[in-house]
Design a protein around this ligand. Structure first.
Ligand SMILES: [Zn+2]
Length: 429
């Protein structure tokens, strides 16, 4: 454990710390962050310290739109000479959300990454290959600096050039892989194809940047011979490390000494009872540069209140089920791409790569799922193909509660992703 005192703090003491830090953050905003202050005051906040943590639910939400409207520095709460780093969202269109970091923000971020690396046994004896893109995206530099912080040897390969990635992994004796799960999956396929798996020394995978279903993880682990954990974070909140799995891999421990999580009903904005599924809302408790109260993440998850055998007292969150933004409504049914993925990846004879096409035919929405066969020769065997398609269609129908069209395509025809995967093509827009 990287910071046992903080990570195993008794819950009562933790809640006291959260209240103290929340009030400090509110005071910081009132004094130094005009945009956030106007939002609070507009909703009737008078600046008096809260006496109970629960009272946070009476404060207004912060939303991503604030980053766009106040681009680039409008949400900063410190003088510019105290800012030592800028990062941003990796969106391809429009202006990114810009996040700034003071020295204290950077120190906190490094510790968050060190926590999740230590939680799966990464130490100064490891060599870690960062196959996240470097740049504005918080994944690359975030993991890099946190792994250096614990003394691991860091190899900043960034993403792309898969053959070279595997060559370096083998030549330099890399033991830890940092990547998005979709890129790790692709790397693992190429490794299997080239027969290099047995020559690799990999033992740990630290995945983030997008969701990873248990099935997808099992495939990567089998292909690469690693134990993999997932971590979670958003650029607006800091970056990766907001929560991360321990070796129990039964939920991601939320860094509750630095962030306060709530789960709300995304439609009404009401806080839901502990354990119920809804949208994650996060308040930063120690951020200096961009303090945020009740930031709506759009991510759908739930909190797991039961204590964890690892000894950490920080509450866990379930893997993100999907983003409320990514949720597709098809014929009135809510569908998350991750649900489809979990069905596809357990089916035989098909690969893990897929695309979803949503169309409107007349007044009816239709969902077509294109998925690759692992063996192109199957395309010749019509009867087998038909049986396979029927079986997958039926499993999807029962999981989603929706009739779908499944198209089986030849191997290697669906695009591979080196960063976050884009798997939904919604043609209704
Ligand atoms: Zn744990």
């Amino acid at each position: 454990m990287w910071q046992p005192k903080e990570e195993t703090m008794p819950r009562e003491q933790l809640r006291e710390l959260q209240l103290t830090r929340l009030n400090r953050t509110l005071a910081h905003i009132m004094k130094n962050a005009p945009v956030q202050r106007d939002l609070l005051c507009g909703a009737g906040f008078d600046g008096a310290p809260l006496t109970r943590l629960e009272d946070i639910q009476h404060l207004p939400f912060s939303v991503k739109r604030m980053f766009i409207d106040n681009y680039p520095y409008g949400l900063f709460a410190v003088p510019r000479d105290e800012v030592i780093r800028l990062q941003g969202t990796s969106g391809t269109t429009g202006k990114p959300s810009i996040s700034g970091y003071t020295r204290a923000d950077m120190a906190m971020w490094k510790d968050l990454i060190a926590r999740l690396a230590c939680a799966v046994g990464v130490s100064e004896r490891d060599t870690a290959q960062v196959s996240f893109g470097y740049g504005l995206f918080t994944g690359g530099f975030g993991l890099h600096q946190g792994l250096e912080h614990i003394g691991a040897t860091v190899l900043p390969l960034s993403s792309g050039n898969t053959e070279r990635q595997l060559m370096m992994m083998e030549d330099l004796g890399v033991t830890v892989l940092i990547a998005t799960p979709s890129y790790a999956l692709y790397l693992s396929e190429v490794a299997a194809e080239k027969g290099v798996k047995d020559r690799l020394k990999l033992r740990v995978g630290l995945f983030g940047g997008e969701g990873c279903t248990p099935e997808m993880r099992r495939t990567i682990e089998a292909n690469l011979g690693v134990v993999a954990t997932n971590n979670y974070g958003l650029c607006e909140l800091t970056g990766p490390g907001v929560s991360g799995e321990c070796v129990e891999r039964n939920g991601l421990h939320f860094a509750e000494d630095h962030f306060y999580p709530e789960i709300i009903d995304p439609d009404t904005g009401k806080v839901l009872p502990l354990g119920e599924e809804g949208e994650l809302v996060v308040t930063t408790l120690t951020r200096e540069c961009v303090p945020l109260i009740r930031y709506r993440t759009r991510d759908i998850t739930r909190l797991i209140p039961e204590s964890c055998p690892c000894g950490r007292t920080h509450i866990r969150m379930a893997p993100v089920l999907g983003r409320s933004d990514d949720m597709l409504i098809i014929k009135g049914v809510n569908v998350y791409p991750s649900q489809i993925e979990s069905v596809l990846i357990t089916a035989e004879h098909i690969g893990p790569h897929y695309l979803l096409f949503v169309r409107r035919e007349g007044r009816m929405d239709t969902l077509e799922i294109q998925v690759e066969l692992t063996d192109g020769a199957m395309l010749e065997n019509y009867r087998m193909l038909e049986a396979l398609r029927d079986a997958i269609t039926e499993r999807l129908r029962s999981t989603l509660g929706l009739a779908v069209k499944v198209s089986l395509v030849a191997p290697q025809t669906i695009e591979r992703f080196q960063g976050k995967a884009k798997r939904v093509i919604d043609m209704r827009k």
